[in-house]
Design a binder for this molecule. Structure first.
Ligand SMILES: *Cc1c(COP(=O)(O)O)cnc(C)c1O
Length: 359
């Protein structure tokens, strides 16, 4: 008789990094084996942007169970919500938070309500929320307005907030910094990341600091945050009422973790800058067409930012840059198909196919 061995390896981020997280043996762990995403060495990018003797690693968060880094925070937020006796959770979302919330809620029988801004959510994310069984409410407004509504509802009812204002989200998300240190043997000199609601840059900085303090890494990286030019409140120094960008995941005019982003920037000696939609689009195509890594437009903002800084000779030789690619390119099929790609029709005839491929 064959007996199947129980998988005993520590797999989800809570199990792997429990000593760094606010969990106890009583916390019910709701996990989809999130995290443990690959750190991929960029082969073509450094030379393309004129970087000699600098290594760029792509932390591909698109390979999380729902296709974005949001799963790291959601496993924590949902586990803690359950521990506190929650029956329902709620979030405002540009898409990925709702997909992740819906998945983790479905796994443990919680009700899930998501508020998304009308017209500015990528199709892949919306269909995930539906398929995981969430109630999807479309707000005729933008993300910032949806978040205000969610804040009011969750503070006046027993529905649990799972936006990154919930500190458990940030706790879970910091595990990505731990993984990078574990993979590289130390923190990188620089860490580039897109900034929307600014929870993730806050989380990474917290993670790098905690790991160093615990003696698990030696140095701290400079945090390099990038917003889209049409929705760059932190760069401009004031909220943006009508944020615009093709990178819908960072189309946010009044980031909830604004202060956390400034702290990460200033304590680390880094910077937060803006990149245009054209620069984002270039980076989006380059990493897919030349590195074989298909990430969504918001993720590409970080690559665009690295290119921009490289052109200013910002990076010291002999250093390492980690770049968070926050979500999968499959999330946004409309953007992916917005280029002039051509299908080449042919009859099933050998000679005709050979002619097309020049063989
Ligand atoms: C949520 C998200 C971001 C922005 O992260 P913040 O924590 O809101 O700054 C960037 N890219 C993708 C793909 C996201 O889902």
């Amino acid at each position: 008789m064959v007996t199947l061995k129980k998988i005993e390896k520590k797999i989800g981020v809570i199990e792997r990094y429990a000593e760094f997280l606010p969990v106890t043996t009583k916390t019910p762990i709701i996990s989809l084996n999130e995290g443990n995403t690959p750190l991929i060495l960029a082969e073509a990018l450094p030379a393309e942007i004129g970087l000699k003797n600098v290594k760029i690693y792509l932390k591909f968060e698109g390979l999380n169970p729902t296709g974005s880094f949001k799963d790291r925070g959601m496993t924590m937020a949902v586990s803690k919500a359950l521990e506190k006796g929650a029956k329902a959770i709620m979030c405002a979302s540009t898409g990925n938070t709702s997909a992740s919330a819906a998945a983790f809620a479905s796994r443990c029988g919680l009700k899930c309500f998501v508020l998304v801004p009308e017209g500015n959510i990528a199709k892949g994310k919306l269909l995930q929320a539906f398929r995981y069984g969430a109630k999807v409410i479309v707000v005729k407004g933008n993300f910032d307005q949806a978040l205000e509504l969610v804040k009011t509802i969750t503070s006046t009812t027993d529905i649990h907030l799972v936006n990154s204002l919930n500190p458990d989200r940030i706790q879970g998300q910091k595990t990505a910094a731990f993984e990078i240190c574990d993979d590289l043997g130390d923190a990188p000199e620089y860490h580039a990341i897109p900034v929307g609601n600014a929870g993730n840059i806050t989380a990474y900085w917290m993670g790098y600091k905690e790991y160093q303090k615990a003696g698990r890494s030696g140095r701290l990286p400079k945090m390099l945050g990038f917003q889209a030019a049409g929705s760059a409140p932190i760069v401009k120094g004031h909220p943006i009422e009508k944020p615009e960008t093709i990178a819908t995941a960072i189309r946010i005019g009044n980031p909830a973790s604004w202060k956390g982003a400034l702290l990460a920037r200033d304590e680390s000696g880094g910077l937060i800058e803006a990149v245009t939609d054209e620069e984002i689009t270039w980076a989006y195509r380059f990493i897919a067409e030349r590195e074989g890594v298909f990430a969504e437009p918001a993720s590409a903002a970080a690559v665009a930012g690295v290119k921009k800084l490289a052109e200013r000779n910002y990076f010291k030789p002999g250093t390492t840059i980690a770049v968070t690619l926050t979500g999968s390119g499959l999330k946004d099929p409309d953007f992916a198909l917005s280029f002039k790609d051509e299908l080449i029709p042919v009859e099933p005839v050998l000679e005709k196919v050979k002619k097309i491929i020049g063989a």
